[in-house]
Design a protein around this ligand. Structure first.
Ligand code: HH2
Length: 295
């Protein structure tokens, strides 16, 4: 039986602290400061109470054991339309500012250079870009100059149309190959690879079969030297497989997928349900790193 999940990657250093990705799976709690996210739209965003609602939500995730929180001001659900940069800044910056002041490690989920710049000025310590630099080339300048960790995610197309019949010849080879290419391009741009996290972009221009193939082959992506982030939380394919329609009821299916991803070497798990995820990953990590030598 092969030993999965070798701790091949090193920890990630951010301006706000170290993320121990070389030692154990790290949990990233999702704070969607949006009215329309697919599973929790409005939960952390009520215009009249903004930013308090989002801060309460983030505080709960951190108390539940999140190592960092990922704050997003634009939904990337299938069919979503982009929001103007000013709106995204207005939603995200006050939340980032307060969380950073409180000592949290804050990632910002954006594909726009101006939003990333404003969030970094407000204390964000990491950029999570679902477009891998494809939507706004200026984003890579911001990431290079700020010297923060950067999540490079694979997306086929754009959120508005990405689920309209996505097709691949060999999804695993194409997605992992595209990530390698973008990583090389990023390095040539001046962003050191030790700051890059890779993400196959589950559900972003992918069918159920594509998602399963990518998760099944995840150990190949994780065998490289870069930490891999996985985002499966509450996604549609979890609902399809588990037969659970309501996104916020898809916790058990999400944990199964996250746990197996970690067993295959994923180092960061992005989740809405931090408490159950922390518990499940503690157990999974203990098993995958158990000493199996005969005594
Ligand atoms: N998934 C979503 C958003 N951002 N970022 C990364 N790196 N990986 C993911 O899988 C990922 C992501 C979609 O989830 P959510 O934020 O809950 O929904 P929405 O985009 O509707 O706000």
């Amino acid at each position: 039986m092969p030993h999965l999940a070798p701790p091949t990657t090193s920890d990630l250093d951010t301006p706000a602290g170290r993320l121990p990705t070389g030692q154990r799976p790290v949990v990233m709690g999702i704070v969607n400061v949006t009215p329309d996210s697919f599973s929790d739209g409005g939960t952390a965003y009520a215009p009249t109470r903004h930013p308090d609602t989002a801060l309460d939500h983030a505080g709960r995730l951190l108390a539940d054991g999140a190592d960092l929180v990922d704050v997003g001001g634009e939904s990337t659900r299938p069919g979503a339309r982009p929001v103007p940069a000013e709106v995204e800044v207005e939603r995200v910056v006050p939340v980032v500012e307060q969380l950073a002041r409180d000592g949290a490690i804050v990632s910002v989920d954006t594909s726009k250079a101006s939003v990333a710049r404003a969030a970094l000025d407000a204390g964000a310590a990491m950029i999570n870009d679902v477009s891998a630099g494809a939507f706004d080339p200026g984003l890579w300048d911001v990431v290079r100059d700020a010297e923060v960790p950067y999540v490079l995610m694979h997306l086929r197309g754009e959120p508005r149309t990405m689920q309209d019949d996505p097709r691949y010849g060999d999804v695993v080879a194409e997605v992992f190959g595209a990530l390698e290419q973008r990583l090389a391009a990023l390095e040539a741009y001046g962003v050191g690879r030790r700051r890059v996290v890779l993400d196959p972009g589950i559900g972003f221009g992918k069918t159920l079969e594509h998602n399963l193939a990518l998760l099944g082959a995840l150990d190949r992506l994780c065998a490289g030297d870069r930490p891999v982030l996985i985002g499966v939380s509450r996604k549609r394919f979890i609902g399809t497989l588990s037969g659970v329609d309501a996104p916020d009821q898809r916790v058990a299916g999400s944990l199964a997928a996250a746990t197996l991803a970690v067993a295959k070497g994923a180092r960061i798990v992005r989740t809405h349900d931090v408490g159950p995820t922390v518990e499940a990953l503690r157990v999974a990590h203990a098993i995958t790193t158990a000493d199996t030598g005969r005594s």
